[in-house]
Design a protein around this ligand. Structure first.
Ligand SMILES: Nc1ncnc2c1ncn2[C@@H]1O[C@H](COP(=O)(O)OP(=O)(O)OP(=O)(O)O)[C@@H](O)[C@H]1O
Ligand SMILES: [Mg+2]
Length: 431
């Protein structure tokens, strides 16, 4: 599926002043914003954030470069194009810009008053419904000046959302609020935007709200330096996912209630990994810069390999719990112990992503590793005095184990790739 950007900015430059006083504040910015994406634009004071937002929001004429909003080119654009583009957006500013003498609902309804065919009655109904959604249902009839700062900002959100825009442009919406109200306002904004499938471009200095973003775009000295938060969030989730696997081992001895405990864990694992796969696929299908696409593809591989480790561990434990109890008693414990050790090492290297941990995991899991050799030696040597049945069981058993070891090796290779790639992205030049 090919998703087109909602806002596409290419080689955008902007200067203020004339002649010798002319100063370029944005130097050739290019960036795309996708439908439904929450992007935070951050950077030091005077770096050009507001200038960028007003250009992308069709509030200011384009001097050089291009801005395309939902297919509409603004450059050299007619006034009517600028207005059409603005209709697709909702704006929220630092100072809420409410009309103090009007009530909350009148302020919200005001933004519907320019829409053709909108009657006063339906505008009021929509305004009141939107105020209800931002938790101000009871305050709809209050005058704007009677509301607190946080409440006014929520009215401003309702005003921006009531027209069902496909994109919200917000400039420092939390700047005039205390920590608690600031948090409430952005959480609300995020929830409503997600519900309505609406993208958000939010300019902020406020580091405390960065976590709502799918993506952080840092502007410094008029140049974009991008950080992709959603990737980091995905990595955190993969670490959590990996942490489930060692827990399986405690359900290894085949009693019924243990069997069902392992099944529950495995279901949870499947659910989490499906969800993660969706999130990564979602990133991959957006047309992102190369470095980003490469990171996403590497994460997808890492996740797939973790899923394969899980499948092999599950299979092994199923064999352990269903087969010959005698063989299990004689050999199982060894396996289980070394499996536990392997899985814990795997998790540690996943958590730290430290190269020495990853190297250790890699060497523990090569075909020539002690782990694998020991299994082959121990179990084939001890086979002489066994029944045919036990031999077959042991063969399956040690094979299943070797599969785990090998799948962990592949996982470790991917992890190494990821760690090297993210180190390069962090220390390298910005994209
Ligand atoms: N109308 C204007 N005329 C001249 N210079 C301007 C104008 N508006 C902004 N500038 C300058 O352009 C640069 C970028 O300003 P902008 O408001 O975009 O920064 P910002 O990143 O939003 O800063 P802040 O975080 O303080 O809001 C600044 O150096 C500013 O002085
Ligand atoms: Mg600003």
């Amino acid at each position: 599926m090919d998703i087109k950007p909602l806002v596409s900015v290419k080689n955008l430059r902007h200067s203020f002043g004339e002649g010798t006083l002319k100063k370029e504040v944005l130097h050739s910015l290019s960036v795309d914003f996708m439908p439904g994406e929450i992007a935070i634009i951050t950077g030091p004071s005077g770096s050009g954030k507001t200038t960028f937002l007003t250009l992308a929001g069709a509030l200011r004429g384009i001097q050089e470069g291009s801005v395309i909003i939902d297919g509409l080119e603004l450059r050299g654009g007619k006034n009517s194009d600028m207005i059409d583009a603005r209709r697709k957006m909702g704006f929220i500013f630092q100072s809420h810009n409410l009309v103090a003498s009007l009530t909350a609902w009148q302020n919200v309804a005001l933004s519907l008053s320019f829409i053709k065919g909108e009657t006063a009655r339906s505008a009021k109904a929509k305004a009141v419904e939107m105020l209800d959604k931002v938790g101000l249902g009871k305050h709809a009839d209050k005058k704007a000046h009677q509301l607190s700062g946080g409440q006014k900002q929520r009215v401003a959100i309702a005003r921006a959302l009531v027209r069902k825009p496909s994109i919200i442009m917000a400039d420092e919406p939390t700047a005039s609020l205390d920590r608690q109200s600031g948090r409430e306002v952005v959480d609300l904004l995020k929830r409503l935007a997600r519900d309505m499938g609406c993208a958000i471009l939010l300019v902020t200095h406020d580091n405390r709200i960065l976590d709502i973003a799918d993506r952080i775009i840092k502007i410094e000295d008029g140049i974009i330096e991008e950080t992709f938060v959603s990737m980091e969030k995905i990595v955190v989730s993969i670490v959590e996912l990996a942490a489930l696997i060692p827990q399986y081992v405690s359900f290894a001895d085949g009693k019924n209630e243990k069997e069902s405990g392992r099944k529950k864990l495995s279901e949870k694992f499947a659910q989490m990994s499906d969800e993660l796969n969706r999130r990564i696929a979602d990133i991959i299908q957006r047309n992102m810069p190369e470095t980003f696409a490469l990171q996403a593809a590497t994460l997808q591989k890492l996740l797939n390999r973790l899923v394969s480790v899980e499948a092999h561990v599950e299979n092994f434990l199923r064999i352990v719990s269903s087969e010959d109890k005698l063989a299990q008693a004689r050999f199982g414990d060894n396996f289980i112990q070394s499996l536990e050790f392997l899985l814990i090492t795997m998790n540690e290297s996943m958590e730290t992503k430290a190269s020495n941990e990853i190297e250790m995991l890699l060497s523990m899991t090569t075909a020539k590793s002690d782990t694998v050799k020991k299994i082959r030696d121990d179990h084939f040597e001890k086979q002489q005095d066994m029944s045919e049945e036990t031999k077959i069981f042991l063969f399956d058993f040690s094979n299943a184990y070797v599969h785990i070891v090998y799948s962990i090796h592949l996982f470790a290779e991917s992890l190494k790739e990821w760690a090297e790639l993210s180190a390069r992205v962090k220390s390298g030049p910005s994209i």
